[in-house]
Design a protein around this ligand. Structure first.
Ligand code: SF4
Length: 425
């Protein structure tokens, strides 16, 4: 037994209906109160009826009543006068400063044993997720109702890094979005070099070359360090020529070439193609991409992101190595990832800073309109009876796995609640 499980029983009113305090008075839980995860009592503003009297106040929960002293609550004013001390076992009497015993509820044997047995079974399970054996046994797990709240939790979590970036950019929304979106173009494996690339080429320089796509591409490739080698094809050689002039003009320092990763990537995902696509996206947006974020429709955003690399890359994946012709458009799966990881988190954070719920709702609606990513974890959830239809659900599941299942927080999970307190399975 542990306090977390006792708090769970209290919060979800899973105790027997007929309860009595240690002094023999009937106890009714009118409202269990608000759970407190900071210092102070476990539940604030609970409402109870004890005997004929209705009480409102704090409830403290312990495994043993002696934990009151072990935790030093007798010296802490935050714990003054709880309306109830709910314990698994009352091993010593506990009184207030005037020597009056607290009202105490002993929870032992006052809850359904099946709930605890199921909880123990889950905590002892070391399969992919703790409820792996039970999930398929219930149909009404409530995930779809919970998914939007989980997706919001994930976006709030991501907002922390975006906020840091925004502050580093001196609260310049456009510069911060430019850098954030650049790192999304790196698609995880090359997100850091893309971020460094954008940082090394601030928007104020980019804006001066928007009407010259070739110069833009030369700037991005030159700053990537990838032109820093012997080159024989005309296209990269002319970019290098152009870049050398601009490098001197702006006193630029390129990103180390070694930061780019090609290993284990499919050629269509090589950073060479992504840099060219990024340059085309920037040139095509005329630096109005923040306006696109603020005001563009979902279709506008998809259209703008569905860009392609320069014609040179139709027959190349690397400089100087020609291949069969193939247009190097950004594929639909990649566009979806740019929406999921680039557009939506930034838009949501923007809505948080502006305290505008409509902006945040727009971000959520973009997630609902986007096809979810597919990976091994999403496949496993589908096998356990949680198929997904859009990115809001896949993002919710990724968050659930990482922040609930992997941390064994089944008592904080709505699926866990359905499994623990549901009918026999
Ligand atoms: S956190 Fe929820 S979904 Fe994850 S294992 Fe526990 S009960 Fe299952």
């Amino acid at each position: 037994m542990n306090e977390v499980f006792l708090s769970y029983l209290w919060k979800y009113r899973l105790l027997h209906r007929e309860l009595f305090t240690e002094s023999g008075d009937p106890l009714t839980i009118l409202h269990p109160g608000e759970q407190n995860s900071d210092g102070g009592p476990d539940f604030f503003n609970a409402r109870l009826r004890i005997g004929d009297t209705t009480w409102a106040g704090n409830v403290e929960i312990h495994l043993r009543s002696s934990d009151w002293f072990r935790h030093g609550h007798q010296h802490d004013r935050a714990y003054d006068n709880p309306i109830l001390h709910a314990v698994y076992e009352a091993d010593v009497p506990v009184c207030d400063g005037n020597g009056v015993p607290f009202q105490t509820l002993v929870m032992r044997d006052r809850f359904p044993e099946t709930v605890y047995d199921r909880y123990q079974g889950m905590m002892a399970n070391h399969q992919w997720i703790p409820c792996y054996n039970q999930l398929l046994t219930i149909s009404d797990h409530g995930f779809n109702l919970w998914a939007p709240a989980l997706a919001v939790e994930r976006l709030v979590y991501k907002a922390f890094n975006i906020r840091q970036l925004w502050e580093i950019c001196r609260n310049d929304w456009e510069e911060a979005f430019y850098q954030h979106l650049a790192s999304s173009f790196g698609f995880k494996i090359n997100s850091l070099p893309f971020e460094l690339l954008a940082k090394s080429l601030p928007l104020k320089i980019i804006r001066r070359h928007l009407d010259q796509p070739f110069q833009l591409e030369a700037l991005f490739f030159g700053q990537s360090g990838l032109l820093n080698r012997d080159l024989s094809d005309d296209y990269p050689r002319s970019m290098l020529h152009e870049y050398r002039f601009l490098k001197e003009k702006y006193r630029l320092r390129p990103v180390p070439q070694a930061t780019w990763k090609f290993l284990r990537l499919r050629p269509v995902n090589f950073p060479t193609l992504r840099i060219s696509q990024w340059a085309h996206f920037i040139a095509g947006s005329h630096a109005g991409f923040f306006n696109l974020l603020e005001n563009g429709s979902y279709a506008d955003i998809i259209r703008s992101l569905s860009t392609c690399a320069s014609p040179y890359w139709d027959t190349h994946y690397m400089f100087d190595k020609s291949t069969a012709f193939r247009k190097k458009n950004i594929g639909r799966d990649s566009v979806n990832l740019l929406v999921i990881n680039g557009i939506v988190p930034f838009l949501f954070y923007y809505g948080m800073e502006k305290e505008d719920p409509l902006i945040r709702e727009r971000a959520m609606s973009f997630l609902e309109q986007t096809e979810g990513e597919f990976n091994a974890d999403i496949g496993r959830w589908a096998g356990l009876g949680l198929p997904t239809h859009h990115a809001l659900q896949t993002q919710a599941l990724l968050h659930l796995k990482r922040f609930y299942c992997d941390r064994r927080r089944c008592l904080d999970c709505r699926i866990g609640a359905a499994l623990l307190s549901g009918p026999p399975h």
